[in-house]
Design a protein around this ligand. Sequence first.
Ligand SMILES: Nc1ncnc2c1ncn2[C@@H]1O[C@H](COP(=O)(O)OP(=O)(O)OP(=O)(O)O)[C@@H](O)[C@H]1O
Ligand SMILES: [Mg+2]
Length: 286
Amino acid sequence: MSTNEPESQPFTAAADDAPASEATGERKPAGGSSNPDQTVISSRGLDVYYGEDQALHGIDMDIPEHQVTALIGPSGCGKSTFLRSINRMNDLIDVARVDGDLYFHGKNVYDEDVDPVALRRKIGMVFQKPNPFPKSIFDNVAYGLRVQGKDDDVEEKVLTALERAAILDEVEDRLDESGLELSGGQQQRLCIARAIATDPEVILMDEPASALDPVATSQIEDLVEELAEQYTVVIVTHNMQQAARISDKTAVFLTGGHLVEFDNTDKIFSNPENDRVEDYITGKFG
Ligand SMILES: Nc1ncnc2c1ncn2[C@@H]1O[C@H](COP(=O)(O)OP(=O)(O)OP(=O)(O)O)[C@@H](O)[C@H]1O
Ligand SMILES: [Mg+2]
């Protein structure tokens, strides 16, 4: 069975030669009927273990396209674990094991024919601590393009990515300087430019502003909202106001690795269904 989902750049093994119809999924997840938006990522019954310890329990979530979905909840509740399970970064942790289903455009990313490296090109990631490579500003952004052999028009692509990441004005005269010489906020926007240069569809951000001052934080927040016009953004934050300001959907995880409520951000912050969610967002615990 094939799917109607558009899939311009497949992420399965041997994808480059496969026609799009073969490279996409054989089944679509059920559900999502309450969500009129196009779903890009769906998890169904997702469990994640680290050795004997279960970090996530049966997570069901539909993440809509071109919107900002915030993941909130107290420390240790599994937000980063969930984020990493989307683009299979948990594969890099020896003791991590994933059960259940995680679909990207209807294709289970844990199927054997999925190439995790190709998947991560479509689902990029920005980490809490800015991590530019010890290379020039230009080369930081060009890196992924060169690795992928997309080295035509590199300069134009680099400048476009820097512009989209709202940092071009600050660096266009110093593209040869090391990325490590930038301020923390600039480094984070450089990392966002690096993540979008290769044209992913989804950007996962794990507390991208938590190490930044209020001005840099607000720049990142503005940027996230702009990015959502073109990309699907999933962002972990400990900052409730930030989640309320910038996200369309909010998922509240609570201790033990359970997704307790997932809804429109307005609803979560004004009238959550779950008392524990209300306690959490009003600061009574967590
Ligand atoms: N690499 C790892 N090895 C073993 N256990 C891990 C690993 N990473 C996370 N865990 C465990 O999984 C659980 C969830 O951790 P996770 O980092 O996903 O939480 P989090 O919600 O992102 O927390 P924080 O807000 O502090 O970043 C925790 O109990 C944690 O100890
Ligand atoms: Mg975390």
